[in-house]
Design a protein around this ligand. Structure first.
Ligand code: HEC
Ligand code: HEC
Ligand code: HEC
Ligand code: HEC
Ligand code: HEC
Length: 185
């Protein structure tokens, strides 16, 4: 447990800083009304197509979500990862070039892209990606056929994905631990 805490802390600090920076930068221009309207808006700041990247171009999930095999969090790629391919003149985008321009604007201004989080368990739950990757559980088992999704959506939230029963029934099926303290801090 101690080691998981350390990993979690190491990952949490930069994320916290990034969030704090975005928060700090947004406060001046976004008034109370704009902020209150946001929770209803389920769109992402950039229309990122998983089907194009992971389906059509077969880019490996872990090329972008590169901490999945060694950390608690799978991680969202920094804008520098995008720019490697989307620098002017490399891959400009044939159907949605204006979305690629947004990527460049975030990069040039040094602003992290404020992606909206989709999958999230409560803070009292420990979900280590690396343990699942090591055990050979495929990303698609939990996140669905992501390589076919133009807009990424949470799989079966109404069926209780991310609820305790979902975790425990797979752990029972695959002989993984059902000890309360393994999943709860
Ligand atoms: C390994 C190369 C690679 C990386 C890394 C990459 N992309 Fe792409 N991206 C592509 C390719 C190839 C296309 C398809 C372009 C086309 O069909 O014109 C594409 C298309 C897109 C499109 C749609 C544009 C269109 O006209 O269809 C968007 C938006 C996009 N990428 C955003 C991103 C973002 C954001 C990141 C970083 C999280 C990223 N890309 C990382 C290769 C990459
Ligand atoms: C080119 C980079 C890239 C590749 C390749 C890629 N992703 Fe992503 N992924 C992203 C970005 C950027 C986001 C945030 C935007 C979004 O949610 O669409 C994201 C979001 C996600 C999320 C939701 C995260 C959250 O907020 O809860 C999941 C799950 C996910 N990806 C799984 C996958 C899987 C599975 C694959 C392989 C089939 C894959 N991704 C391939 C860049 C990538
Ligand atoms: C056993 C189920 C399971 C598997 C397998 C799985 N995930 Fe996840 N994923 C989750 C859960 C649960 C969360 C929410 C975790 C949290 O809130 O701490 C999540 C969150 C995420 C996120 C959000 C951001 C983050 O850093 O956690 C991304 C991105 C993601 N997963 C990508 C992937 C990719 C890519 C793979 C395959 C390499 C994968 N996941 C395999 C269950 C799974
Ligand atoms: C599709 C099957 C599946 C689902 C769904 C799943 N897990 Fe797992 N989980 C596994 C497997 C397999 C292992 C690896 C067991 C091993 O390494 O011996 C594992 C390992 C773990 C571990 C490490 C256990 C240990 O002994 O240290 C934790 C913690 C964990 N899972 C939490 C969760 C949580 C929380 C959820 C739900 C949000 C979840 N898992 C959903 C299959 C799953
Ligand atoms: C395999 C992982 C796992 C195991 C084992 C596990 N839990 Fe949970 N537990 C979860 C998840 C995931 C949630 C839902 C969190 C959320 O809603 O985001 C949860 C939620 C809860 C809640 C909050 C109430 C609720 O239903 O949301 C309590 C209390 C709880 N668990 C107690 C326990 C106890 C006691 C044990 C041991 C008998 C246990 N858990 C074992 C993963 C697990």
């Amino acid at each position: 447990m101690k080691r998981l805490w350390l990993v979690a802390a190491a990952v949490a600090v930069p994320i916290f800083l990034a969030v704090a920076m975005i928060g700090g930068q947004q406060t001046p221009e976004s008034g109370g009304d704009a902020e209150a309207a946001q929770p209803d808006d389920l769109s992402q700041p950039i229309q990122f197509p998983h089907n194009t990247h992971a389906g059509q171009w077969l880019i490996d999930c872990q090329y972008c979500h590169f901490s999945a095999e060694r950390s608690v969090d799978a991680g969202i790629p920094p804008v520098a990862t995008c720019i490697g391919c989307h620098q002017v003149g490399i891959i400009d985008g044939r159907t949605n070039p204006e979305e690629i321009n947004k990527v460049r604007e975030y990069h040039d201004s040094g602003t992290p892209i404020p992606w909206r989080r989709i999958y999230k368990v409560s803070d009292h739950v420990n979900f280590p990606h690396f343990r699942h990757v090591a055990a050979g559980v495929e990303c698609q088992t939990c996140h669905g056929e992501v390589q076919e999704m133009g807009v990424l959506e949470e799989v079966a939230p109404e069926a209780g994905n991310l609820k305790m029963g979902w975790c425990v029934s797979c752990h029972l099926e695959r002989g993984a631990s059902r000890d309360c303290t393994v999943c709860h801090y």
